[in-house]
Design a protein. Structure first.
Length: 178
C-alpha cells in the first residue's frame, strides 16, 4: 500500500554500532513493506527482537507480524501488533516483545509501516523455544526477496572480515571480501 511519496532502501549512514546497514521505509503519506513468509510453530510463544528508530511518524507507523495458514490464506488472527510510534524513539532503541503464534498459523511475515516520516530497522530476529537454534533474519529475507542479480548474503568471519556470498548461473557459490 502506498499513498504519497514512498520508498524503501538500504541505508549505511547513522546506524547503531555493530551493524553494517539498516532498512529505511520513507513516506510522505503511508507505506509499508513486508518480508518473505517464514515458517512458524503454531501455538508457540515467539520472541521478536530488533533495533529501530523513527523520524516523524503518524499513528500508523510501526511493526506487525502477519499470520498465514499453510494454504497461504490469512490466519483467523490476521496480525499481531509489535511496536508503534510510542515504542520507537527518535534514537536507536533495542526493542523486544513476545507474541503468541496462532494455532492455525504456518507462516508469518514481518510488516514495517512508515507514515509521514521514516522508520529505520535493523537486527530483526524472530525465534521460539522450538527453533532456538535457528533465527529468521528479516535483513536476509529482504535481501533475498529483492532478487537482484549479483546480490548475496553478507557473512562475517571469526576474524571480523566480511564476505559477500553470491551464486553464478551454473550454481557455483563464491565468497569475496565485502
Amino acid at each position: 500500500m502506498a499513498r504519497g511519496v514512498v520508498y524503501f532502501r538500504k541505508t549505511t549512514s547513522n546506524i547503531p554500532p555493530g551493524y553494517a546497514s539498516a532498512i529505511e521505509v520513507v513516506a510522505t503519506g503511508e507505506s509499508f513493506i513486508t518480508s518473505q513468509p517464514f515458517a512458524v510453530t503454531p501455538n508457540s510463544l515467539a520472541v521478536f527482537r530488533m533495533k529501530a528508530k523513527r523520524i516523524g511518524g503518524g499513528g500508523h507507523a510501526g511493526i506487525k507480524l502477519l499470520w498465514f495458514k499453510a494454504n497461504g490464506t490469512a490466519s483467523a488472527t490476521t496480525e499481531t501488533y509489535l511496536f508503534g510510534t510510542v515504542d520507537i524513539d527518535v534514537n536507536w532503541t533495542d526493542l523486544m516483545v513476545t507474541a503468541a503464534i496462532p494455532g492455525d498459523a504456518a507462516y508469518a511475515k514481518i510488516k514495517l509501516t512508515a507514515e509521514v516520516g521514516s522508520l529505520f530497522a535493523t537486527g530483526m530476529a524472530f525465534s521460539t523455544a522450538v527453533d532456538s537454534n535457528y533465527r529468521n533474519s528479516f535483513i536476509n529475507e529482504l535481501n533475498r526477496s529483492l532478487d537482484v542479480a549479483g546480490e548475496g548474503f553478507i557473512l562475517k568471519a571469526p576474524n571480523g572480515t566480511r564476505y559477500k556470498v553470491t551464486v553464478d548461473n551454473s550454481g557455483t557459490l563464491a565468497a569475496a571480501p565485502y
